[in-house]
Design a protein around this ligand. Structure first.
Ligand code: NAD
Ligand code: DAU
Length: 352
């Protein structure tokens, strides 16, 4: 069976994607990842005995490597997760975001286009699926309707601007050259293997370490939360059934204020692993300086993917967050592995 190339699958969502991939029915996966600070081979340990998963260390911006891989593998699809993904990092250092998210995606597209033209133009099944974010749509007021696929792009951070640029390139490669592309724009993910720089794992990690739980500004910003395995199932569904050239919004129908998310995690930890002094974890909540340009609210209208493809999330926020907190409690070694070295330097720079 022909393979699928998945980029960035040593990171949070990509790892979950290749861990839950149906190898028997969907064929082998080649996982191409640069292993930046966010890439972690420990997340892929359970695939060691899976011969249909092959890891290749490399950059999506390395045209020669991509060309060789495409020639060797003759994949039936390329799924592009590889990106710099953290908004706060993009504010402190946007350059890497431009390099990977824009230049990297461009180089990948260019090589995929050549491969598709030379090899596969007559095969109607090839797909390039680009994994993107709801942040490209900008920010919403409290009463605004949720983002739909026709909402105008209005990115506000260097991260979201770089993702928006990559989405535009993907769109252009379809409209100009006919490359069979699909794009998904998803809301905030949470679940196993998320690097503890993002809100939910950071709060779990800091709570257990007795550290402050930093809430930006007034904590009233709203995000839509989706359990990561639901995002993975949505991507698989779009890959199989999505209409070429279309974009699909993916969301959890689960808008929450940041402060409420933090309080929910504290309450679960109070139950599962009470503090030794008997006090609530919520005592550790600390309001800190807001993120510059902080988007106030994101919300996703996911009716298109449900109507056309029949996809709906399986988890609610309540079930997903319980599973997530338990996972972090049970996987101390994974957390310890990623919370050393570079991670420490980053935390120092960000939080002082
Ligand atoms: P992540 O930061 O956890 O992982 C990114 C992975 O990409 C890492 O393994 C990293 O090593 C790899 N990578 C970075 N630059 C690379 C390069 N030049 N070449 C090859 N590999 C490279 O990110 P994530 O949270 O798993 O997000 C994955 C994708 O999903 C991103 O494109 C992101 O924009 C998108 N997304 C994320 C969320 C979310 O809530 N995390 C929501 C919607 C969309
Ligand atoms: O919406 C999808 C996006 O979700 C993805 O495209 C990004 O890759 C992903 O990182 C995420 O972006 P956010 O900026 O929304 O996620 P983050 O976990 O960094 O922050 C979530 C919210 O919590 C946001 O409003 C900022 C706030 N926050 C975050 C951190 C890290 C805090 O209040 N304190 C914190 O320490």
């Amino acid at each position: 069976m022909t393979s699928t190339i998945v980029t960035g699958a040593a990171g949070f969502i990509g790892a979950n994607f290749v861990l839950t991939w149906p190898y028997a029915s969907a064929g082998p996966v080649v996982n191409l990842d640069k292993l930046t600070y966010a890439g972690n081979l420990q997340s892929l340990e359970s695939l060691a005995a899976q011969p249909a998963h092959r890891f290749v260390r490399g950059d999506i911006g390395d045209a020669e490597l991509i060309r060789t891989l495409l020639r060797e593998e003759q994949p039936r699809a390329v799924v592009n997760f590889a990106a710099e993904s953290h908004v706060d990092r993009s504010i402190l250092g946007p350059e890497e975001f431009v390099q990977t998210n824009i230049v990297g995606t461009f180089r990948l597209l260019q090589e995929v286009l050549t491969y598709w033209r030379d090899t596969l133009k007559s095969d109607p099944s090839f797909r390039f699926l680009h994994v993107s974010t709801d942040e490209v749509y900008g920010t919403l007021g409290p009463k605004d309707p949720a983002f739909s696929e026709t909402t105008a792009y209005a990115p506000n951070s260097p991260y979201s601007a770089s993702k928006a640029a990559s989405d535009h390139l993907v769109r252009a490669y379809h409209h100009t050259y006919g490359l069979p592309v699909l794009t998904t724009n998803c809301s905030n993910n949470y679940g196993p293997f998320q690097f503890p720089e993002k809100l939910i794992p950071l709060v779990i990690h800091n709570a257990l370490a007795g550290k402050p739980l930093p809430v930006y500004g007034d904590g009233q910003q709203v995000r839509d939360w989706l359990f990561v395995e639901d995002h993975c199932s949505a991507i698989r569904a779009v890959l199989e059934k999505g209409r070429v050239g279309e974009t699909y919004n993916v969301g959890g129908n689960s808008e929450k204020k940041n402060l409420d998310v933090v309080k929910t995690i504290c309450a679960i930890l109070d139950e599962l692993k009470p503090r030794s002094d008997g006090k609530p974890y919520a005592d550790q909540i600390t309001f800190v300086q807001d993120r510059p340009g902080h988007d106030r609210r994101y919300a996703i209208d996911a009716t298109k993917i449900e109507r056309e493809i029949g996809w709906k999330p399986a988890e609610t926020f309540e079930t997903g967050i319980q599973k997530t907190v338990k996972w972090y409690l049970d996987h101390h070694a994974w957390v310890h592995g990623v919370t050393s070295g570079d991670y420490r330097k980053w935390v120092e720079k960000q939080y002082g």
